[in-house]
Design a protein around this ligand. Sequence first.
Ligand code: COI
Length: 357
Amino acid sequence: MIKQEIRIERTSSPKSKPDQSSLGFGKYFTDHMFVMEYSPDKGWHDPKIVPYAPLQLDPSSMVFHYGQAVFEGLKAYKVDDGRILLFRPSKNMERLNISNERLCIPPIDVEFGVEAIKTLVKVDADWIPSEEGTSLYIRPFIISTDPYLGVKPSSTYKFIIILSPVGAYYPEGINPVKIYVEDKYVRAVVGGLGYAKTPANYAASLKAQVDAMKKGYTQVLWLDGIEKKYIEEVGTMNVFFKINGEVYTPALSGSILPGVTRDSTIELLKSWNIKVHEDKISIQQIYDAHAEGTLEEAFGTGTAAVISPIGELDWAGNKITINNGETGGLAKRIYDYITGIQYGKVKDEFGWTVEVK
Ligand code: COI
């Protein structure tokens, strides 16, 4: 791809910044955003950073009607010595293109995408929070913009990046969450959209989440869409189980999102000589392991929460408590190691971090 100049138009009215101790997740947005257009004649063109503002879109824009859209999520971290680090940004841009391919959206040059992220983060660098556990969440996304109501892939798109200073995703933080094993609704099926980061998967998940919350659970454990037997994901995260000293996680079957934190966790565990099985795992297997006393830990992995331990599972009224409802040693070790690398406190032996300068 020809190197494209990113035009920068700075805001003349910067916003006041939120209190770092009560950021929550995804509530505040920085002063600028990145926007780029796609048209069949020009390809991806006109990359610019402009003041953060509402978009003006035709109500007939295809994204509103048929959901042809994809997104990503990654974070920028402020290191004590003032450096700014990104965690494996190319991985996110590569996955964006996997999602693009599934949703019939033209690909973005990976290197250019990372450059766009870096440029925007630099412009809004003073928005990166520095309190422990906080970071700047980066949300790249693409929407289809043809004003047209026939069902077909759009011919025009917008690639946008917005930034949000965040704290913990779950109020529980690294403390275990209670999870309902979903046996009515499914998130995705093989052949569907499950491996793509596309809004439809999240829309499909909402009803189960709402119902689980009404029952007092934080999220659901998703089972496969055909037999409702095999474990897929937990909430919006990939899921891991420690059984008898070894770690099990569902294989990427096509209906599961290939998480960057999932991949990092597997690499890390292997480097610690802990055996990792990427396999089909039935919910019955997990309950059997619990009955035998070999289920030691369960936790979710994702960019937003990093590691979210599971303290309790409820499968059709059959409740089990995992690790006494406490954060397990392995979950904590992974959390400390990955966040250590992200915040520049642990030597990055894997070469995962990329400095924004
Ligand atoms: C994650 O980063 O774990 C997620 O997928 C959550 C995000 C959709 C807010």
